[in-house]
Design a protein around this ligand. Structure first.
Ligand code: AMP
Length: 209
């Protein structure tokens, strides 16, 4: 089973993808995490990505598509994948649906007014990219791998505003596109992490039948 997680920045795509991968054995493919790895490794792609991400802009389609293609073709992807943060443009979405069988695009629907507070209280592990709320990690250390937690450069109110603007213009149309292709499933993201997790698991269970 191959799934796509859709939703604005701060909707909880990464958190929920992580939980579903643990529960069902999917491979988690996060384009944002892959780009942050490139930035950390100071590659040419990383240098370009850093500039764009810090402004809240998208990385060019060809770069992101090549990264995703490599991941989905590796053996660990055979048990199914969750694509988190991809597709983000209609061009990416069209290519994905042409080349890969996608069972569902799960849209985590959240009121935009609560997103900025989620984003500014977010802490991300520099080693494994897991996301926490600042209140849950008083010692600033990842409980999964012991890595240091940091505030992402793009998790500021200013950059968030731009990210939300670009999301609305370029990513939101994908929801319609997925609906037209009969793969859209929407869950209510305005609930506790556990309740959202339960709704997504129910969608997956129905798909398995
Ligand atoms: P994320 O971790 O998903 O919030 O992604 C962080 C940033 O990486 C985004 O704001 C974009 O700048 C970039 N990025 C991630 N995925 C994509 C994508 N599919 N297409 C273009 N840029 C992306």
């Amino acid at each position: 089973m191959n799934l796509v997680f859709l939703g604005p920045p701060g909707a909880g795509k990464g958190t929920q993808a992580e939980r579903m991968c643990k529960k069902y054995g999917f491979m988690h493919i996060s384009t944002g995490a892959m780009l942050r790895e490139q930035i950390e490794a100071q590659t040419e792609i990383g240098k370009l990505a850093a500039e764009l991400i810090d402004r809240g802009e998208f990385v060019p389609d060809d770069i992101v598509i090549a990264m995703v293609e490599e991941k989905v073709n590796c053996p660990a992807a055979r048990h199914g994948v969750i694509l988190d943060g991809f597709p983000r443009t209609i061009a990416q979405a069209k290519l994905l649906l042409e080349r890969m069988s996608i069972d569902a695009a799960i849209n985590i629907d959240v009121h935009t007014d609560c997103l900025v507070s989620r984003i500014i209280s977010r802490r991300t592990c520099t080693a494994c990219d897991i996301v926490y709320n600042v209140d849950d990690v008083p010692d600033g250390v990842c409980t999964k791998c012991g890595g240091a937690l940091t505030i992402r450069h793009d998790d500021t109110p200013e950059v968030f505003k731009e990210r939300l603007h670009i999301y609305t213009e370029r990513t939101l149309p994908i929801i319609n596109y997925c609906n037209e292709n009969g793969i859209l499933k929407t869950v209510n993201g305005n609930q506790s992490v556990e309740m959202v997790e339960k709704e997504i698991a129910e969608v997956i269970e129905r798909l398995k039948k």
